[in-house]
Write a protein that binds this ligand. Structure first.
Ligand code: HEM
Ligand SMILES: CC(C)=CCC/C(C)=C/CC/C(C)=C/COP(=O)(O)OP(=O)(O)O
Length: 313
């Protein structure tokens, strides 16, 4: 065997056994994934899919839905990156967030900015090209409100949460318009449900982490919330208000009585958890509200979608 062929044999064995060199190694890849706040983003994309399924009125296809999910998912990732870029110093002061990619030093601010710009621009162009202009504009508006209104306001006023609840409630509307729907009563009904759902959800979270938020200088709770039952009153009030509002899809003919039944049941569970929190503010009852919120939303969305599809048959 010649020297050349021996060398080439050694090289090919070497190449076959050496681990593939990725431009981004595993820990960095997981840091980029963390920037997208994956658990919240999954719920956001489930919510987009529900808006799409109901907005399409039975005329839906998988490919346009996947185009919408990709574009909105990229813009949502960009919004998570920019939120964490702005909050990197306050995140470093809270145990809950100190290990995030920026405060822990796993990624640099310029890397995050570059990634956010890529995801935001590419996601928006994707929506313009493969979905429609209205959805692209609304998705960009969601990012702008979340990043440039809600996020900076957290340091100044507890009203930030009411502002944050607007972009928070837009994902079903994005799905609705992606399916070709206009900004009509159907889109409003889904927006209103998600808008109200968020208050008990984040009030319970804000109360659970009140000391950390306080140390970081973030005003997530109303003033005097330590000494008065204001947080419990707000959580219970919004959970109770959500019950009639959740009937809207039935009232406007998007769903039938099975949906209505589940909306009453789930609404009662969510409101009961919030009332328990009002009567006795403790870690256990606050966790109960958070748990109820995370059961309520996917269950209501699933029932709405199934009942809508059943009605169309
Ligand atoms: C102003 C509105 C909102 C605020 C301030 C907020 C805040 C938060 C925070 C801080 C957590 C983490 C809780 C923890 O670390 O224990 C959380 C969890 C969660 N949120 Fe929200 N949220 C809002 C709206 C939404 C919306 C609109 C959705 C989905 C459509 C959502 C879905 C979730 C999910 C699925 C979790 C649990 C996953 C996890 O613990 O990371 N949230 N929320
Ligand atoms: C483009 C698009 C569809 C974006 C959707 C993003 C969006 C508006 C999500 C709502 C969730 C929300 C307000 C979380 C709280 O963030 P936080 O900063 O208070 O949470 P943190 O304390 O964990 O950082």
């Amino acid at each position: 065997m010649s020297t050349a062929s021996t060398t080439s044999t050694v090289q090919s064995v070497d190449t076959a056994t050496r681990p593939v060199a990725w431009p981004v190694d595993r820990p960095r890849l997981s840091a980029y994934i963390e920037l997208a706040k994956p658990r919240i983003s999954v719920m956001v994309l489930i919510t987009v899919s529900v808006g799409y399924a109901v907005g399409a009125r039975g005329q839906w296809d998988l490919v346009p839905l996947l185009h919408a999910l990709l574009g909105i998912g990229l813009v949502a990732t960009a919004s998570g990156c920019l939120n964490q870029l702005i909050e990197r110093r306050t995140d470093a002061r809270m145990l809950r967030t100190a290990d995030r990619p920026l405060p822990s030093g796993r990624l640099t601010p310029s890397e995050v900015l570059l990634f956010a710009t890529f995801c935001g621009v590419f996601g928006t162009l994707w929506l313009v090209t493969f979905v429609n202009l209205l959805t692209a504009l609304l998705t960009a508006a969601t990012l702008l409100m979340y990043v440039f209104a809600y996020t900076p306001l957290k340091r100044h006023t507890s009203l930030c949460t009411a502002i944050g609840a607007i972009p928070g409630a837009l994902p079903p509307v994005l799905g609705w318009t992606a399916a070709g729907g206009s900004l009509d009563t159907g889109a409003f009904a889904l927006f209103a449900i998600l808008f109200l759902w968020q208050f008990p959800h984040f009030l319970a979270i804000a109360w659970l982490y009140r000391e950390q938020y306080g140390m970081a200088g973030l005003k997530m709770l109303p003033a005097r919330s330590e000494k008065t039952p204001i947080v419990g009153l707000l959580a219970a009030g919004y959970a109770l208000a959500l019950i009639p509002v959740s009937f809207l899809p039935r009232v406007i003919g998007l769903a039938g009585d099975s949906y209505l039944f589940m909306a009453v049941l789930l609404g009662a569970v969510y409101a009961a958890a919030a009332i328990r929190f009002l009567r006795d503010r403790s870690v256990r009852t606050a966790r109960g509200v958070l748990w109820a919120s995370l059961v309520y939303l996917p269950s209501l969305w699933l029932t709405l979608t199934l009942d809508h599809v059943r009605m169309l048959q």
